[in-house]
Design a protein around this ligand. Structure first.
Ligand SMILES: [Fe+2]
Ligand SMILES: [Fe+2]
Length: 315
């Protein structure tokens, strides 16, 4: 903070990172008070058996994800050396602890007992928890887990599946959006300093993590459809958020590529697992692969880019 060697850009980023802590302090909310006032306003959350199971399963994954986020942000608060990102991570620890217990209490009010995490979601959090590489940890936590959670929150809130949850989620979204900021401010600088071998290792980790995230979403697909949420809408929102993040990172780090190869590969994977044709439409494997390759080559628009045009429901 008092290092005279800071360049202007570094000093600006440091101030932004420090402000993640201060804004977090200003916008802190009392989880117990918020949840009980929402239950008082709308009554205990009540849904049919099928919707309760579907919503319960999706938000159990979120609840375990919050516990993992709590541990991962605590690791980051420990290992980050510079004081400003350390402050940002420390404030995230406090937020994630609140997110975990409020989601636990919400599921209890809904009358749902959370099952253990499924294989793929568990893999995503264990990979992020287990790596000693700060760049991979930040990319996994701040840019992947946070973004996917944000998109699920936004879509479930928009579908107004259950009123207590719909009014609770904006509190989460505000906090998670701040957490993404820690990743966008730090990850490009870390990537820039990597040697070739380290960069390849980083990209392979990222692709593995993104593939596991998509498989986790695939496992969630029947439950999402049960509450009226097409996973493609989640990918479409995620795509817009990713585009925004890339723009932000390019603004700060002009060398950041326009259409990073990892994004192309990810969009191809999305097309293969969630074909544009829609859920329930059988698409032969050979055609899926051909479409996915077209997306990677950018000769075909991906499900992420085309979803909005076909579905007015997506904002
Ligand atoms: Fe969280
Ligand atoms: Fe978070």
């Amino acid at each position: 903070m008092f290092d005279g060697a800071y360049t202007d850009a570094e000093a600006r980023r440091a101030r932004r990172l420090e402000s993640i802590y201060h804004v977090g302090q200003d916008r802190i909310w009392d989880g117990r008070a918020v949840l009980s006032s929402l239950v008082e306003k709308h009554g205990r959350p009540r849904l049919g058996d099928r919707e309760t199971r579907a919503l319960g399963r999706i938000f159990s994954i979120i609840m375990w994800g919050e516990l993992a986020a709590w541990k991962i942000s605590a690791q980051l608060a420990d290992v980050l050396v510079d004081l400003e990102p350390k402050m940002a991570a420390a404030s995230q620890v406090h937020d994630e602890a609140r997110h975990f217990y409020v989601m636990h209490d919400y599921l209890e009010a809904l009358g749902y007992r959370p099952p253990p995490l499924d294989f793929w979601s568990r893999r995503v959090v264990e990979m992020t928890l287990g790596t000693d590489d700060v760049g991979k940890k930040l990319m996994g936590m701040q840019l992947t887990i946070e973004t996917i959670a944000l998109t699920i929150f936004q879509r479930v809130r928009e579908m107004n599946v259950e009123p207590v949850l719909s009014e609770l989620l904006p509190y989460y979204e505000r906090d998670e959006a701040r957490h993404v900021g820690l990743g966008t401010q730090l990850v490009p600088a870390i990537v820039k300093d990597m040697g070739v071998r380290q960069a390849i290792d980083f990209v392979l980790f990222e692709l593995d993590l993104l593939f596991s995230t998509l498989m986790g979403l695939k496992a969630m697909e029947p439950d999402l459809l049960s509450i009226g949420v097409d996973p493609r809408s989640i990918l479409a929102i995620g795509f817009r958020k990713q585009t925004e993040l890339n723009r932000e990172m390019r603004h700060e780090f002009p060398w950041f590529p326009e259409d990073p190869p990892v994004d192309r590969a990810f969009h191809g994977m999305c097309e293969a697992l969630f074909p544009t044709e829609g859920s329930g439409v059988r698409v032969p494997p050979a055609r899926r692969v051909a479409h996915a390759m077209g997306v990677v080559a950018r000769t075909r628009k991906s499900v992420l880019q085309t979803y909005d045009r076909h579905h007015a429901a997506a904002p």
